[in-house]
Design a protein around this ligand. Sequence first.
Ligand code: AMP
Length: 217
Amino acid sequence: MKNIILIAPPGAGKGTAAKQLVDELNMVHISVGDLLRAEVKSGSELGKSLNEKMQTGKLVEDSLIFEIMRKRFAEPDTKNGIILDGFPRNTVQAEELDKMDTTIDAVIYLDVDRKVLEDRIVGRIVCPDCGMGYNTNSTEMMPKVENTCDKCGATLIKRKDDTKEIFDSRYDTYMEETYPVLEYYKNKGILYNIDSTNKDHTFNEILKIIESTGPMA
Ligand code: AMP
């Protein structure tokens, strides 16, 4: 059982890599963005205020994220090994994670050039049912049938925050708030960097890193 964190700028492929890991190693994918979007979809008052914040590309308040994460960590499936996607996103969250009852084996940084990311984000479409990601700007990531999920057949959707303007804001937020988290884990000796321009290379490197941290108990 391994617990890993994926850290990356917007569009670097955290979600895609996490889905591949779920299929290959049966790990549990915890995407904070997906948990927040589920709350928005529920139409609750909390969801409405979250939506406003998320549409600007800024981070949601730490206290709320801690509440959501504590609840999620309390569920039994998290004992099978987790992939944290989108948490921690600043150093305060990293410190708080240290206080939670979850040991992290590796923090994997997916590094991609800013211009490549912008093209990916603007072309990104996702499956609302199984979470699989696709991209209309990349031949290797287009769905086989237009607008249809290869895995489950659902109609693909575009996330509201996948625009050039929101990308710029999210990237700036990432550089200011999330990038320093890498230093935090580097100092702990559990940070690994991967050039994530290519999807298959990224996945193979992630598997190698997980193996290098010891046997899957
Ligand atoms: P994502 O799907 O991971 O790109 O997250 C979408 C949006 O949700 C972000 O732009 C933030 O507004 C919010 N969000 C996700 N994770 C966090 C977090 N750990 N802390 C604060 N806000 C978050």
